[in-house]
Ligand binder design. Structure first.
Ligand code: ADP
Ligand code: MG
Length: 472
């Protein structure tokens, strides 16, 4: 079965490329179909498509080939907007034969073929069962500091509160690794401990559960079940997308909030910037209490480190980190909780391997890669010109030349723009490097692209892709 092969491919890619890479770029790949030995894999955005094609296509093809004889090549396509999610009751037969072009049908179909006696309702219930809560992510293990005090207080209040909802919804906004998921689990653990019916879902799980139940024609049961709970926690709502799904999400939200049940959500951006959701849903999400967790300051970082060290000590007697080392690491790693956790793991590995006390020097060595990988890479103008040229099928000398045909002007302007934003070179210097042009020409190009980026999403995805490729 090619579906099974695909599952193995994903598993291998995850193992071989690492969790981070996999989650960032490949997790959203879905198998559409296989026709004439070509497996069509879909992703939600053009950006992801170009990114995967530029970086991982070879890898995906080789892996797929080695897992399945019926696949010789792979094509990445952009999933169409979920045009006919509505798949009316009664066309199950059509669905069963035409999984082409609509990934939404896939979960349901796989589900069905996976079970011998179809019990749609029961299955759908299983789909929306809460994701497991990590019992280590509690309020006790959450370190409070200036940047997260408000979020923590609101979360704790809600988790311990009885009666109708307080701030509804509670919306926690923060960048990656700043503790959103930790707080979501803490709320869930606490409320469950107090006997409340809690469902914790990630956006993916919400979408998957909804789609599966829709396909099994039990979306009613799905909604009902969600409405029969005390607390709904949804993590990473910025990923909820698709017209029908977000409408449904909106209905669910309204139903829960109107009946006084507590909803808590986390996202990496403010409600107004949830581009994949429509205005009404956004305003409903922003209509309760919105709290932001801002970057962790040094004291808080040190606190989190101490907490992690203490947790590790419980299982690794003899492991210890001096206050001086904690201070050093808290200073060196200014990014987020995930990297702090990574640092403690490295210190532990170091201590175990060398069975020696961690000094400042060994600490520096142990976390070196974490610190270094966070420094943005120096980008050279020459590399920008080369990459942009190849991307637009012109030569680097075309870009440096006097030619003014549209096919050359646009890439030239993009390259100038990128040189301005990715390097520290001055406008006159950039002009010199672009065939001895005047700085006003460079300025004109930069302004022009900036302006174009505002209205042109295709261009901005393209430029974003180029940026990432250059900085990788
Ligand atoms: P997010 O979901 O916002 O990306 P996480 O909740 O996954 O971030 O946090 C990343 C890591 O940092 C987790 O291991 C988490 O336990 C830890 N962490 C973040 N903030 C805190 C905090 N205030 N106290 C303790 N650990 C924290
Ligand atoms: Mg998270």
């Amino acid at each position: 079965m090619v579906e099974e092969a695909w599952t193995r491919v994903k598993r291998r890619l995850r193992a071989e490329l690492g969790e981070d890479v996999f989650m960032s770029w490949l997790a959203r790949l879905e198998l559409e179909d296989v026709a004439e030995s070509c497996a069509r894999l879909s992703v939600p955005t053009r950006f992801l498509k170009s990114w995967i094609e530029a970086h991982y296509l070879e890898r995906v093809v080789t892996t797929f080939r080695s897992e399945s004889n019926s696949v010789a090549s792979v094509a990445i396509v952009v999933r169409s907007v979920m045009r006919d999610t509505g798949a009316k009751a009664g066309d199950a037969a059509r669905r069963a034969t035409s999984l082409k072009g609509n990934v939404l049908q896939q979960p349901a179909i796989q589900e069905r073929s996976a079970t011998s006696s179809p019990q749609p309702a029961a299955r759908a219930e299983a789909e929306i069962a809460s994701a497991p809560l990590d019992t280590r992510l509690t309020f006790e293990s959450f370190v409070v500091g200036r940047s997260n005090a408000l979020a923590h207080a609101a979360a704790e209040r809600i988790a311990r509160h009885d009666g109708s909802a307080l701030y509804n919804p509670l919306y926690i906004q923060a960048g990656v690794g700043l503790g959103k998921t930790h707080l979501m689990h803490a709320i869930g653990n606490e409320a469950r401990g107090a006997g409340k019916r809690v469902i914790y879902l990630t956006a993916d799980r919400f979408m998957y559960g909804f789609v599966a139940s829709l396909k099994a024609q039990t979306s009613h049961a799905f909604k009902e079940r969600l409405r029969g709970i005390d607390l709904l926690v949804i993590d990473d709502v910025q990923f909820i997308q698709g017209r029908t799904i977000q409408q449904e999400f909106g209905h669910t939200l309204n139903a829960l909030i109107d009946s006084g049940r507590q909803v808590v959500v986390a996202a990496d951006r403010p409600p107004a910037e949830l581009d994949s959701l429509d205005e009404r849903v956004r305003s409903r999400l922003g209509g309760g209490l919105v709290v932001e967790i801002s970057t962790l300051d040094e004291t808080l970082r040190a606190g989190i480190l101490e907490q992690r060290v203490a947790a590790v000590k419980a299982t690794h007697a003899g492991f210890d980190v001096s206050p001086a080392v904690v201070t050093y690491v808290a200073r060196a790693i200014a990014t987020n909780g995930r990297d702090l956790e990574g640092a403690v793991n490295r210190l532990l590995a170091h201590a175990t391997l060398t069975s020696s006390v961690i000094t400042l020097e060994t600490a520096e060595l142990a976390i070196r890669d974490l610190v270094r990988s966070r420094e943005p890479k120096r980008v050279r103008i020459e590399d920008i010109q080369k990459l942009v040229a190849s991307r637009y099928n012109v030569s680097r000398s075309d870009i440096l030349s006097e030619r003014r045909t549209a096919a050359v002007v646009k890439p030239r302007q993009i390259a100038m723009y990128l040189s301005k934003v990715l390097t520290l070179r001055s406008l006159p210097e950039i002009g010199r490097r672009f065939g001895g042009r005047d700085h006003t020409t460079v300025l004109h190009a930069v302004r022009k692209i900036e302006k174009a980026l505002e209205g042109d999403t295709m261009l901005s995805e393209e430029v974003e892709l180029l940026k990432r490729m250059l900085q990788e």
